[in-house]
Ligand binder design. Structure first.
Ligand SMILES: C[S@@+](CC[C@H](N)C(=O)[O-])C[C@H]1O[C@@H](n2cnc3c(N)ncnc32)[C@H](O)[C@@H]1O
Length: 367
């Protein structure tokens, strides 16, 4: 490998800029990232304390009015607003001393029902940053960090991060892209949602297909308990059950559809999971594997979504799989070929990229 000599200070390099200019430009970028990392805490506070929701659609507010609407302390609210203005999330009118959350920003920060909602993602930060000391050890020892070892903010934040995309695409696009599956679901089919977490995916499918039966499986008991509560709230508990079970030993058979939402790569032995699915599928049944839309090639993930996904893989996905001591620790950007080879070895020879969104790729898989 050729290694070029470091440029002398002031030397002109790529693009006609000096080394010092390039250092300064990169420093500015890193400071910007640092600002985003700190401000993410304020975004999470704004989401969890209902500040964004209280500002949505009501026009300009003073800090005192926002504090009154949220039942929070004005002095803290004013400080939070200053940070929101600094980040460009909220606008400020100095003549009236009022703050405004533009409608377009409310669609991203304040409306959990919209596909554009992204504030829930920031709930995860608390858990990710709290993992740092454990990750230091893990990097040195090679040991994993189990999903269950994280704080509750990870479980809730993961669900909130993925839910808007599922709500927008799961039924109208992803299920529709699978050959013959919607017709089966409309008639009445048996569905297993493996690694279901909080089960938003399970509940979404159940709402759309009242004649079918859905079972969500996850080995993480607190998530299963949360999923039961969410299904009851959403009025689908009559056709949805959740059970604590592993991906390679969940009970039941003759499933018409087995789904994996953003979890196959977290499993220590995804090959065993797919072999189990092959046994549990009904004749003509389908596996739908939803995975993060990240590339196995490091130079292809330099996008906002790619950056989120690859960093999450370091903090959560890879350590989760390693903690299960299986033969694979895929990480969330192992790529289609690696997954397809595992499915093929499990007897699932039919493989098709059925749909994709900026965040996910959806594979239709069968015997
Ligand atoms: C990233 S979360 C995704 C959760 C949910 N499917 C969603 O999309 O919001 C990964 C889930 O996989 C579950 N999981 C990981 N390994 C598992 C295994 N071996 N068996 C069952 N569930 C597992 C975790 O408990 C966690 O709920």
């Amino acid at each position: 490998m050729a290694v070029s000599a470091p440029a002398a200070p002031g030397a002109v390099g790529g693009g006609g800029t000096t080394r010092q200019e390039r250092v300064s430009a990169f420093l500015e970028r890193v400071i910007t990232d640092g600002g985003a990392a700190v401000a993410g805490l304020c975004t999470s506070l704004g989401d969890r304390l209902g500040l964004y929701r209280a500002m949505a659609g009501v026009g300009p507010l003073t800090s005192a009015q926002l504090a009154a609407r949220t039942g929070l302390v004005e002095r803290y609210v004013r400080e939070w607003l200053a940070a929101q203005v600094a980040g460009g999330y909220v606008t400020y009118a100095p003549d009236r001393d009022t703050y405004l959350l533009p409608d377009e920003h409310a669609a991203v920060l304040a409306e959990p029902g919209l596909p554009s909602y992204a504030a829930g993602f920031f709930t995860m930060l608390q858990a990710l940053y709290a993992t740092e000391d454990s990750l230091m050890d893990a990097f040195r020892t090679g040991e994993g960090i189990g999903w269950e070892e994280h704080g509750a903010a990870l479980f809730e934040g993961t669900a909130k991060f993925f839910r808007p995309g599922y709500a927008a695409s799961l039924v109208p696009e992803w299920l529709a892209s699978l050959d013959g599956v919607v017709e089966k679901l409309e008639r009445g089919a048996a569905v297993a949602d493996v690694g279901c977490g909080y089960g938003y995916s399970t509940a979404l499918m159940a709402r759309a297909f009242p004649h079918s039966r859905f079972t969500g499986y996850d080995f993480h008991r607190p998530s299963v308990e949360a999923a039961r509560g969410i299904a009851a709230e959403q009025g689908v508990a009559d056709r949805v059950t959740f059970e604590v079970a592993g991906a390679d030993d969940f009970p039941g058979e003759d499933f018409d559809l087995i789904t994996y939402f953003d979890c196959l790569h977290d499993i220590g032995d995804p090959g065993a999971a797919l072999r189990h699915a092959e046994h549990a599928l009904a004749e003509g049944g389908t596996c739908m594997i939803v995975e993060p839309n990240a590339s196995p090639h490091a130079d292809e993930n330099a996008t906002p979504v790619g950056r989120v996904l690859t960093a999450a893989s370091v903090a959560v996905c890879l350590p989760s799989a390693l903690a299960q001591h299986g033969p694979q620790a895929l990480g969330n950007h192992a790529g289609e070929r690696a997954l397809r080879e595992l499915a093929d070895a499990a007897g699932l020879h039919h493989w098709r990229l059925a749909a994709q969104s900026p965040v996910n790729r959806v594979y239709a898989v069968g015997r």
